[in-house]
Design a protein. Sequence first.
Length: 207
Amino acid sequence: MREAVRSYRNERQSMSLRLLVSLLLALALAWSAPASAENIQISHISLEGNDEGYALNADFEIELNPRIEDAINKGVAMYFEVEFELTRKRWYWFDERPVSRQLMLRLSYHALTRQYRISSGALHQSFSTLPDALRVLSRVRSWQVLERGEVGAGTEYQAALRMRLDVTQLPKPFQVNALTSPEWNLASEWQRWPLEIKAPVTEKAPQ
């Protein structure tokens, strides 16, 4: 009887060890797997000085996968958030973030008119095809990101920009899928560049 109990315990321990090894191997493979290519890329950024401060122009390359295209064509609105921030390094504490701006762009399809629409606040434009709508969505023009006097002149900062699909704005059933499926992970990497605030003159990000 004791031998049977000992044999059973050894078998259970062996099974637990095999499961642990399999789990560690799966985690190692997932960690070492190459990252997928970005589905939103930033191709151009410039900051232009004006009487109010600085306005941002940016060009993005947006690649929608079939899952997201299908959802749009079925009437699900997609919210793309463009984020800009300015930080200043501090040796004695966390980096200061004096400026943080968000621009929300809504892409939707209206079945009755068969038109795609890009909306930003109360402004909107309509298009007959999705590629036409994406061309406009991918261009941000004259977005006022810095107000005069908001940051100190002659101070060195680091500017950063990105675009992402805000899945929290999706209908609840789609949010569940978005949290578990990489197909809904639509975002660019943060692009960062040094910026020194001067008088209103053009400052261009590195290409």
